[in-house]
Design a protein around this ligand. Structure first.
Ligand code: 1HE
Length: 274
């Protein structure tokens, strides 16, 4: 089983906090963190490794002023790919982003500057998105003569709906600030995205790993099922998660009346949230 320290990605910086939170940083700021094929392969390796490496949560962030400018357009231009080449490449993007969404480790994205095209596809594979008032979201594929290939038709559509996604692609419409929260592109809007993302990751890291695994894989899987099958699968997952021995002490505390109460205002940082 690989550990986080066994990995040595080049386009991504990787570290692990004492609380077991992996910090995954896109690290090609000179290219606005454009996603070339090497970066996609590194994302696959990292997000294949985190679930088995004891990582309890992950903060996905970026160096430089922009989260990601999406597909590396220069690499794409120079490679002069065939339809089959790009088809295969897109399957690698899906491999990476599916590892994220279905991998069972909570991923909190701290977003800044441009979150566009494939950069938005990457961000939408995270489980929670934290943006700042300066973060902006776009799908410039229409203007570039391209089409989304990294899962936007599934995940971005899921976040904002079909009509808004089509508008973004056809007209180049950008979303920013409270409007981005309102349409569902992000859940939190704060100046200091990285601090809040780490705070949220630390909070999620206190949950039992099996519980987080269910939250960060089962819900996505169930969305792909009929209601009847999803209900059956939910019962099955709950059967396993809700009887885990590790939950016993938490239930004991509640039964004895000494568990922390879940009340508004007690579990939050006080920062703006939707
Ligand atoms: C890039 C890329 C890139 C920057 N691929 N190299 N994505 C886009 O259409 C967005 C394209 N990028 C931009 O619109 C702008 O770069 C930004 C608004 C994000 C940032 O602007 P700015 O002024 O800070 O930077 P810049 O001067 O435009 O770029 C700085 C360098 O980054 C420059 O390289 P240099 O070697 O000339 O210094 C740029 O070439 C490079 N760069 N963006 C490659 N995207 C699976 S399908 C997904 C389909 C899509 O993602 S389509 C959306 C593509």
């Amino acid at each position: 089983m690989k550990r986080v320290n066994d990995l040595s990605p080049k386009n991504i910086a990787l570290s692990l906090t004492e609380q077991g939170v992996a910090v995954v940083s896109l690290n090609r700021p000179a290219k606005r963190n454009a996603l070339d094929s090497a970066t996609i392969e590194e994302l696959i390796e990292i997000f294949s490794t985190l679930p088995g490496a004891g990582v309890r949560a992950c903060v996905l962030r970026a160096e430089g002023d922009h989260f990601s400018a999406g597909l590396d357009l220069v690499e794409h231009h120079d490679a002069d790919r065939s339809p089959a080449d790009f088809w295969q490449l897109c399957l690698r993007w899906h491999e990476a982003f599916n590892k994220m969404e279905y991998g069972g480790v909570p991923i909190i994205a701290a977003l800044k500057g441009a979150v566009v095209g494939g950069g938005l596809e990457l961000a939408s594979a995270a489980h929670i998105r934290v943006a700042s008032p300066q973060t902006w979201f776009g799908l410039p594929e229409g203007q570039r003569g391209l089409f989304t290939g990294g899962g936007a038709t599934i995940r971005v559509r899921d976040l904002i709906g079909k009509a808004r996604m089509i508008d973004m692609m056809l007209t180049g419409r950008l979303y920013q600030g409270q409007e981005a929260v309102d349409v569902g592109l992000c859940q939190y809007l704060v100046e200091d995205t990285e601090t809040l993302a780490m705070e949220l990751a630390n909070r999620a890291a206190q949950n039992l790993p099996l519980t987080n695994f269910a939250i960060c894989s089962a819900i996505s899987h169930m969305q792909n099922m009929s209601a009847l099958d999803a209900a059956y699968a939910e019962a099955c997952v709950a059967g396993v998660v809700n009887t885990q021995p590790e939950a016993r002490s938490r239930l004991d505390a509640f039964a004895r009346g000494v568990a922390v109460k879940i009340k508004p205002g007690e579990a939050k940082s006080g920062e703006a949230k939707s």
